[in-house]
Design a protein. Structure first.
Length: 360
């Protein structure tokens, strides 16, 4: 925990920026006095909804790894700080999934649970994403998503059992106030999945599908010195996240050899560029399938153009643009985007998101 002196300093910096951007600068002095008194009395202070709403938006705007920051001010902020029981946590997580999915018209959303006020006064969500497929090591090889094997074993140790298919949805694992971990399964009716097909080739032998919304749940949100250890958030997918990573990486579903066989490519020599051709067709299939099913998604070229617009907006507002180049470039054909040819300062500005298991 940070000292009260540092906390007030962080609060002052955030409140000043927040209120100036919201055009209520005349309220800064009074609000800071309230915060100072509360910190002296309790050791922390409580954000107003107005403050956590704008603070969460700023955290997205400051997220150096995100190419989709053009839409930072469209973030829906759901306030769950009053929740402190199992039923409430479960209901709020299910509500987030249902609300954000929005029948495919995905809404950028964050649900903010109570602040982390110490080891015995916080909420933790132990999943990397609210929705993710399990992975199993079997005598016949790996089933499902290999990257999920350690967490799947943890879920099994808690009493969860999957069906051992390639697309078993993992349960949500959480803990309240440092107590034992608990889990629950997300109702199938609130999970939207997209079956993957190709507009020209028969991809049915792949039997592939993917969930509609990427909802990150293992990062802490820091606003004005206050940390929220449970704050799951989402935008929508960029197609390459699924087609060039989740499906294509050798340490994930490793589908490129299967795709190459399906479309009749010569895989005997690397010089035929069969991996590249298979990768393109797999990404075409992902984009086609999401759009056919009415699910929001963006291709990497459009995402790069949107990021360029974000850069222009930030410059027009006189704000410093920060970014992590290695994360901003798309994993397919990066040199076709302006991002590849630019450099960005990977400077951390708060409010922001940080890994829950690391200090910032």
């Amino acid at each position: 925990m940070i000292t009260t002196t540092v906390l007030y300093k962080e609060a002052k910096s955030f409140i000043t920026q927040c209120y100036e951007e919201l055009n209520i600068a005349d309220r800064i002095e009074v609000r800071l006095k309230e915060i100072e008194i509360e910190i002296k009395s309790t050791g922390y202070y409580t954000h107003t909804y107005e403050e956590i709403e704008h603070g969460a938006k700023l955290a997205w705007r400051n997220s150096n790894r995100c190419i989709g920051r053009l839409f930072w001010d469209k973030l829906r902020v759901l306030d769950a700080r009053h929740i402190n029981d199992d039923e409430g946590v479960q209901q709020e997580i299910i509500h987030h999934i249902h609300y954000a999915t929005n029948a495919g018209k995905i809404l950028p959303t964050i649900t903010i649970f109570k602040p982390n006020l110490g080891e015995n006064n916080n909420i933790q969500i132990h999943n990397h994403q609210l929705l993710r497929y399990a992975g199993y090591e079997t005598n016949q090889g790996i089933i499902g998503d290999p990257i999920s094997i350690p967490f799947t074993k943890e879920c099994e140790s808690l009493g969860w059992e999957g069906k051992k298919t390639n697309y078993d949805m993992l349960p949500i694992v959480y803990s309240i106030d440092g107590q034992e971990k608990k889990w629950f399964s997300v109702p199938r009716e609130v999970i939207l999945e997209v079956p993957i097909e190709h507009p020209e080739f028969d991809f049915s032998p792949l039997q592939a599908k993917w969930y509609a919304v990427p909802m990150i749940s293992d990062m802490r949100l820091e606003i004005g010195g206050i940390t929220y250890s449970a704050a799951p958030f989402n935008g929508w997918y960029m197609g390459t996240e699924i087609g060039a990573r989740n499906f294509a990486d050798e340490f994930r579903y490793n589908m490129l050899p299967q795709v190459a066989d399906l479309i009749g490519l010569d895989t005997k020599r690397n010089s035929t560029l069969w991996k590249d051709r298979a990768l393109v067709e797999l990404n075409i299939a992902v984009l086609y399938s999401f759009k056919k099913n009415g699910v929001s998604i963006v291709d990497h070229h459009s995402a790069a153009q949107q990021f360029q617009q974000f850069e222009k907006q930030e410059s027009a507002c006189g704000r410093e643009l920060t970014g992590n180049w290695g994360w901003l470039i798309p994993p397919m054909s990066p040199a076709t985007t302006h991002i590849f040819h630019n450099r960005y300062e990977n400077k951390i500005i708060k409010p922001n998101f940080f890994p829950n298991n690391k200090t910032n």
